[in-house]
Design a protein around this ligand. Structure first.
Ligand code: FRU
Length: 509
């Protein structure tokens, strides 16, 4: 991680009582300028990575790196929110507080249905969290073993948590960056597999009881992108044409394709012990600047649902929000697709998003020779909507979101270069960090003649899913007034066979 944990070491451990009530959400809260209306953000204070994402008893749990005292990164807690539909979130009291072993860094949670851990009591299935204890004292003293893996369990659906008395369960062998355990059940060998980020590679461990971990193998020293530290990994199977492949997600900071933090992944095979990639390509799950630490929910059957933190360590601590800082992406369903360059992941917003669709404007066979002004059609949408275009033949185009102050966000396709782009150079406030203003690109991976693009637009963010989600980009922006105007420009006689504009209802009302 680029930002330094060290400058915060002077801060004492804090134990504060939960400040977030489980009711009283919505209404006046969640109304600030830049407050996402269709994405999860904390009621107040700082968040980063999604943690412990698990589906249990018809509920999606979302824990997250949380500092409940300020809007900058600080001693980490696990905040908690839950949802029945992946779209409406209810923020709950803090799940895990720092303790004598350190801050509570990122990790995962599993449903221990067979009570392998022995934490279950009276037939209650334990939810077990596996997280990194980051000891700021050890770090300050220049030790190399200040990150260790620990457990906590809950017997009441994730509401309250007890830390395991035998923590840590996996001790650091002397690697400074030794963190972010993602644990899954490997049914074939009846064991848990932990995927751990260990500085510049991944180390796999296994255990039958979640407590006694044995090293299995290492991966990645010579594979993938290495512009920064490897963090927040994930490992899971996905099928394509009846065949199972294993996806290994590795978040990287810095070193992303558009600067700073980003999510890379590998596709290959995993045999319970070792991951073998199918090729040497570096793949990116999202090319935009603002999707990081993305991983998937556990216990969702054949569905693989991904969520990332919608920011970038380059400026996450400086973005101009006042009461709260940072939000999560829309949950996305992942699938594998075969393209010319190999097998890749396609991401699409989860189907549950349709639960907040409001009015729909549909246009058919629209020719864009110059500029098509859609502003009157989106005026009623209050800045949160989906734009979807289908094109029988892909040509260059620019979608512009703008306001009367000449601030504009540009999204489009550059046909000469074969790439999608987001340009936020003139989209409002950018001076809080030198790398914020910029133009970001993603290669087009599809070779089809036809194309589609879906934009999920919120108050201050856009997520771009092009060609069925083969090229995905996320960016945040901070205009001085809402970007409530919308137009599409093309000088190439772009024929849009279908154009849909769909309003989205705020999730906080
Ligand atoms: C990734 C990360 C993790 C770490 C956490 C600390 O954004 O650096 O590696 O566990 O944030 O908040």
């Amino acid at each position: 991680m680029k930002r330094n944990f060290k400058y915060l070491l002077g801060l004492a451990f804090i134990t504060i009582s939960a400040t977030v009530s489980t009711q009283a959400q919505g209404n006046k809260e969640y109304q600030e300028q830049y407050r996402p209306q269709v994405h999860f953000s904390p009621k107040q204070h700082w968040i980063n990575d999604p943690n412990g994402m698990v589906y249990f008893n018809h509920t999606y749990h979302l824990f997250f790196q949380y500092y409940p005292k300020d809007i900058v990164w600080g001693p980490m807690h696990w905040g908690h929110a839950e949802s029945k539909d992946l779209i409406h979130w209810k923020q709950l009291p803090i799940a895990l507080y720092p303790d004598s072993l350190g801050y509570i860094f990122s990790g995962s949670a599993v449903v221990d249905s067979n009570n392998t851990s022995g934490f279950g009591k009276k037939g209650k299935i334990p939810l077990v969290a596996i997280f990194t204890h980051h000891d700021p004292k050890g770090e300050k003293e220049g030790k190399d073993n200040f990150q260790n893996e620990s457990l906590a369990y809950s017997l009441d659906n994730g509401t309250t948590w007890t830390k395991y008395s035998g923590n840590p369960v996996l001790k650091n062998p002397g690697i400074k960056d030794f963190r972010d355990p993602k644990v899954m059940w490997y049914a074939r060998q009846k064991k848990w597999v932990m995927t751990l980020a260990t500085k510049d590679h991944i180390t796999f461990y296994s255990a039958t009881d979640l407590k006694n971990w044995k090293k299995e193998s290492e991966f990645g020293l010579t594979e993938g992108a290495h512009g920064g530290v490897w963090e927040c990994p994930d490992l899971f199977p996905l099928k394509l044409n009846g065949k199972t492949y294993w996806v290994l997600i590795v978040n990287l900071n810095p070193g992303g394709p558009n600067g700073g933090s980003a999510t890379q992944y590998f596709i290959g095979q995993f045999n319970g012990s070792k991951f073998t990639p199918m090729d040497t390509q570096t793949r990116w799950l999202d090319y935009g600047p603002d999707e990081y630490a993305g991983i998937t929910w556990g216990n969702t059957g054949n569905r693989k649902i991904f969520l990332g933190w919608m920011s970038n360590w380059e400026y996450a601590n400086q973005v101009p929000t006042e009461k709260w800082r940072n939000a999560m992406t829309i949950p996305r369903e992942l699938s594998l697709k075969q393209v010319k360059s190999g097998i890749v992941i396609a991401s699409t917003p989860v189907k549950e998003l349709s639960g907040i669709h409001t009015q729909n404007v549909l246009l058919k066979n629209v020719q864009v020779n110059k500029t098509l002004d859609l502003s009157p059609k989106v005026n009623g949408f209050k800045g949160q909507y989906i734009l979807k275009l289908n094109m029988v033949q892909l040509k260059g185009y620019t979608i512009k979101l703008s306001n009367k102050r000449a601030e504009e966000l540009l999204i489009g396709y550059n046909a000469a270069k074969g790439e999608y782009f987001i340009d936020r150079t003139k989209a409002g406030k950018t001076d809080f960090q030198k790398n914020f203003a910029g133009r970001f690109t993603a290669p087009r991976l599809s070779t089809a003649k036809s194309s589609d693009i879906t934009l999920v637009i919120d108050k201050a963010s856009v997520e771009v899913f092009a060609d069925g989600g083969l090229s995905t980009m996320t960016a945040i922006y901070f205009p001085n007034a809402d970007l409530s105007d919308l137009s599409i420009t093309s000088t190439d006689k772009l024929n849009i066979s279908g154009l849909a504009l769909t309003g989205l209802q705020s999730i906080w009302k």
